[in-house]
Design a protein around this ligand. Structure first.
Ligand code: NAD
Length: 289
């Protein structure tokens, strides 16, 4: 008994020493965030919220024009930097982090938000569709997180990595095998990286949104028409339709996803890692497709 008690005390002393070394999260006003896909929709709202909280923001997007516009919206060069980056390119990702370091001295908050949807029913999904979807969302977010972990590890001050996954990471959406599979991949990246990076004080969490129609380029670019056809509603009524099928009878807007990113990174959830928060007004809880 004495031996096991001694072991228990030594173990906890060691754990406490580790915790003391663990950096507490810095307030958002002292942080630099890099948000992929921040030129539009959910990413733009996240970038806006983080900037409003005082963070410097790197607006990283494949679309240079929209990235530039959002960076201007956020207050220009002192507050926000537009970077053109294709998340399928290791070189461009490294370059984006270098640009962030030059502009703002480093990065300690990264949001994996960039995405597309080429989802179709199984028999219409080509190998090319599958590869494209996975190269951007599964492989792209892996590459961004790997660079983030490398930089945050060098800085030695911990940090946050947040994935914008989806309700479809957990529940089967209709007719979208490629899209949903990449979202499930991202959700597991959250857990895997939370486990691997925790000792460095790097938290890895995610958000599972659903039905964010307004402002979404993904919805406007074909996904909305496909969903409307699947549900048998007019595309212009899709936002309303999604709202009505939620438990809260509310439409989910990009800002609501941004609120969750704020909650995960602002400090109050400093002891939370590996968590995916649904922002879907209750759809997943009720298992509504
Ligand atoms: P959006 O089209 O408005 O935004 C996506 C952004 O990603 C665009 O600005 C686009 O240019 C950028 N992008 C695309 N490919 C890129 C690449 N290779 N490299 C860098 N940037 C690239 O769509 P959104 O609805 O705001 O979606 C944002 C994220 O939220 C996506 O990951 C999406 O899967 C996820 N999501 C959206 C919903 C929803 O209801 N809208 C639900 C669940 C999850």
């Amino acid at each position: 008994i004495e031996e096991s008690e001694k072991f228990r005390i030594e173990y906890w002393e060691l754990e406490e020493a580790k915790l003391r070394r663990m950096p507490a999260p810095k307030p958002l006003a002292a942080r630099v965030a890099l948000v992929t896909g921040a030129g539009s929709g959910i990413g733009r709202a996240i970038a806006g919220r983080l900037a409003a909280e005082g963070a410097c923001v790197v607006v990283a997007d494949l679309d240079a024009d929209s990235a530039g516009r959002v960076a201007e919206e956020l207050g220009g060069p002192d507050r926000a930097l537009a970077v053109t980056v294709d998340v399928t390119s290791e070189e461009q990702i490294a370059e984006a982090f270098r640009a962030a370091a030059l502009a703002f001295g480093g990065v300690d908050l990264v949001v994996n938000n960039a995405g597309i949807s080429v989802s179709k029913p199984l028999l219409e999904t080509s190998a090319r569709d599958w590869d494209l979807q996975h190269s951007i969302m599964a492989r792209g977010s892996f590459l961004v997180s790997r660079e983030a972990a490398r930089i945050m590890g060098e800085q030695g001050l911990g940090g946050d990595i947040v994935y914008i996954a989806s309700k479809n990471a957990v529940f089967a959406g209709p007719n979208n095998i490629a899209y949903s599979a990449t979202k499930a991949d991202q959700a597991h990246q959250v857990r895997l990286l939370a486990a691997e990076l925790g000792e460095q004080g790097i938290r890895v969490n995610g958000v599972n949104p659903d039905g964010v129609v307004r402002g979404s380029g993904i919805f406007a670019g074909g996904w909305g028409a496909q969903r409307a056809a699947v549900y048998g509603v007019e595309e212009s009524k899709l936002g309303e339709f999604y709202a009505q099928r939620t438990l809260l009878k509310r439409e989910v807007l990009p800002e609501h996803v941004a609120n969750a990113v704020f909650a995960l990174t602002a400090g109050d959830l400093s002891h939370t890692t590996g968590l995916l928060i649904p922002v879907d007004a209750g759809v997943a809880a009720a298992f509504l497709r």
